[in-house]
Every structure is written in C-alpha cells, then in structure tokens.
Design a protein around this ligand. Structure first.
Ligand SMILES: [Fe+2]
Length: 214
C-alpha cells in the first residue's frame, strides 16, 4: 500500500509518533487487571468463538497476512449494522456479552474520564504472532478518537513511517495515535495481549490534535 498521506498535514507533525495517555489513567490499577484479563481470555480459547482480527486491506506489503492471528472480544457491539466509521460514535454501540464477563475491566473503564464510550474490544493472540503493519483506513483527514491501552508491556507495538522506514515502539500502557497517516503493527511474542480500545470523552481537544513527535 503506497497511497500518499494527507496533503495538508501540519508541518510540525512527524511520523512515527504517538501520544501516551498514562498521565490521565490509573496505570497501577490497569496493571493489576493483567491476570484477571488473561485468565478469562484463556478460558475462552477452548470455545473458539472469538472473531479473528482483520487488518483491513491497507497493509505494508501486499503479501503480508491480513489476518495475522489476533482475536477480538467485543465489550460493546453495534446496535445495527457494523459501520467501521462509527467506531467512535457512542450512539451506535450497546454493551456486549463480554462486558459482563470482563466486569472488572469495565469497572476500570468507568473510572476513565470519558463522557461516553463507543466501540470497546479486547485484542489478543494466544500464540503471540506478529501483527502486520497496516493503516486502519485511508480517509486521511479522519482520525478517530480512541485510547489504546494494555495491561502489560510484553507485546512490542510500533508506529512506522513508510517513507523513512523509521519505527517507533510504544513505551506506555496507553496511547492515542494517528492510525491513518502512519502504519502500526506488532512484533511476535509468546504472550497473550490485551488491547481494549476505549472511545470518547473530554480528551477530545487532545486527541483531535494529532501527536507531534517528541
Ligand atoms: Fe490498526
């Protein structure tokens, strides 16, 4: 995928980049949920009912796997048809079965200073395979509001500037990143990953400002 990025980017914006949101969340409490979330994911493995993660068609190499192995557990579900562009629209989502199963995670989410939530899901891979670098979509001026967060730091997750080949690994437990004008992906590991995405809230002004490289 070699399509150009948006033409009118603020010249101060550099890729790869991300914005840590750790200063706004209770990282200790998030870390304390690691075994809770991992145990429940392991219980689900035998049921094999979780949906497979699809990177979308915008991967870094055409032959790279677009279903690299990650699975998804929805904590909220679309009220009607699943429209990807509604992922940060609270009105389009309602609680899913997973919200009951992962109730302690939901209690943590409730402590986050959001006005509302929309799509929420956990991503994991029991075999810790790499996640192909990809863009989420190619509507270059549309950057969804979301928080990506994780209960542990075991899975290397990176942003990638396709022009320069520069990679930047996320060092924080939480982040917002431009998922459109740069690639992002994960290296292989052996661990279960937890990656719920939480949408909305008073971070609006922050998250709408695309991150500047630091
Ligand atoms: Fe993505």
């Amino acid at each position: 995928m070699t399509a150009a990025v948006a033409e009118k980017l603020d010249p101060r914006i550099k890729y790869p980049s991300y914005k840590s949101l750790d200063e706004f969340i209770d990282v200790d409490r998030l870390q304390s949920l690691d075994s809770y979330v991992t145990e429940r994911i392991q219980q689900r493995l035998s049921q094999q009912k979780d949906l497979q993660f699809y990177t979308g068609p915008f991967t870094i190499a055409e032959k790279a796997p677009d279903k690299p192995g990650s699975k998804m557990i929805y904590l909220s579900q679309p009220k009607g048809e699943d429209n990807y562009y509604d992922l940060d629209n609270p009105a389009a989502w309602e609680p899913a079965e997973g919200a009951t199963e992962f109730s302690e995670l939901m209690e943590f989410i409730a402590t986050l200073p959001f006005k509302a939530t929309a799509r929420m899901l956990i991503m994991y891979d029991p075999e810790g395979r790499a996640v192909t670098a990809h863009r989420d979509h190619v509507s270059y001026d549309l950057c969804h509001e979301f928080i990506w967060f994780r209960t542990n730091l075991r899975k290397p997750f990176y942003m990638l500037n396709e022009e320069t080949g520069e990679k930047r690994y996320v060092e924080s437990h939480s982040a917002w990143f431009d998922s459109v004008n740069q690639f992002h992906g994960g290296d292989a590991t052996g661990c279960v990953e937890c990656k719920p995405r939480i949408i909305g809230g008073p971070y609006t002004e922050t998250t709408l400002a695309r991150p500047l490289a630091s």
